[in-house]
Design a protein around this ligand. Structure first.
Ligand code: NAD
Length: 274
């Protein structure tokens, strides 16, 4: 451990159970000396294991639906009260699509669900940022990270309306990154993470095949939740002070690949069978 986050205070949104990427991030931040509050929906608190994480990391839980400005206001106000002032970092690890869950394909979307996908998975990030900005909750050189997936940039069959939400999430990081950087020297980035078998991840049809494909085609293999946690620690630390408005790939090289040697062999074999 390097004590990279010693003295830093933050908020971590989106840890549900030990599979959650945010869970791994919270554990690593704690190991690096950070103090933080944890937030998730009241339903997630009932069905998940957040209390266990809170005990482990000596963290207070502040329930919030991240689509509610009132709830978010409470999360930031309470966190600032607890730590006696402004904080240093925020993690947004929130995503959900009812169209994905209920099997509506992209050419048969339910628009009520589509709106919820956007609200929960993208607008909630803007709401977090606007709340923090208006309360002046983040210290100069503070760091805010949201988790995203490459389907926001390129087509991944069955990622469905979540792809649109991720594209918007990444755009919000740039747009608000300009305003927050200009006015308060706060940096905002998205980390585009390899697939991981979490509750949200498992909802995507064919996730096993997708994970196997990206594992094989990426020169370094898929990045794990622990790899993501290490990257977040670096992004929350003072070592990355002038990195902002970026979509940062943590994917073993996947995003730069077109065709690998192995994929070419598999493709040729498939042609021979045909
Ligand atoms: N698992 C993957 O393959 C993968 C890959 C890249 C990016 N991501 C992103 O990482 C983030 C975390 O997902 P995860 O894979 O760890 O799954 P997860 O299911 O553990 O986390 C998703 C979280 O969103 C929370 N949430 C849902 N609705 C909410 C609301 N209205 N208000 C507040 N919180 C709400 C859930 O309670 C849950 O804790 C998501 O943004 C996801 O899209 C996941």
């Amino acid at each position: 451990m390097y004590n990279l986050l010693k003295g830093k205070k933050g908020i971590i949104f989106g840890a549900l159970d030990s599979k959650s990427i945010a869970w791994h991030i919270a554990e690593r931040c704690y190991e690096e000396g950070a103090e933080f509050t944890l937030s998730n929906t009241p339903a997630a608190l009932r069905f998940g294991q957040l209390k266990e994480l809170a005990e482990k990391c000596n963290a207070e839980i502040i329930p919030a639906d991240a689509t509610s400005m009132e709830d978010l206001n409470n999360v930031f106000t309470r966190t600032m009260e607890k730590f006696g002032g402004k904080i240093d970092f925020v993690l947004h690890a929130i995503g959900m699509s009812l169209n994905v869950r209920k099997g509506h394909s992209y050419d048969d979307l339910d628009y009520g669900f589509y709106q919820k996908t956007m609200d929960i998975s993208a607008w909630s990030f803007h709401k977090v940022l606007q709340t923090a900005y208006k309360l002046d909750a983040i210290k100069e050189w503070g760091s805010i990270v949201a988790l995203t997936y490459i389907a926001g940039q390129r087509i991944f069959y069955k990622y469905n309306d979540m792809a649109d939400a991720k594209a918007l999430l990444e755009s919000i990081a740039r747009s608000f990154g300009y305003v927050y950087g200009r006015d308060k020297k706060v940096r905002i980035n998205t980390i585009s993470q390899s697939p991981v078998l979490t509750t949200a991840g498992s909802g995507v049809a064919g996730i096993d095949t997708l994970m196997d494909y990206s594992e094989k085609i990426s020169p370094l293999g898929n990045a794990t939740a622990d790899d993501c946690a290490n990257y977040c620690v670096a992004m929350f630390s003072d070592l990355t002070k002038r990195v902002t408005m970026q979509n940062l790939y943590n994917d073993g090289g996947f995003s730069s690949m077109g065709m690998s040697e192995m994929a070419m062999d598999v493709y040729k074999k498939g042609l021979e069978i045909e």
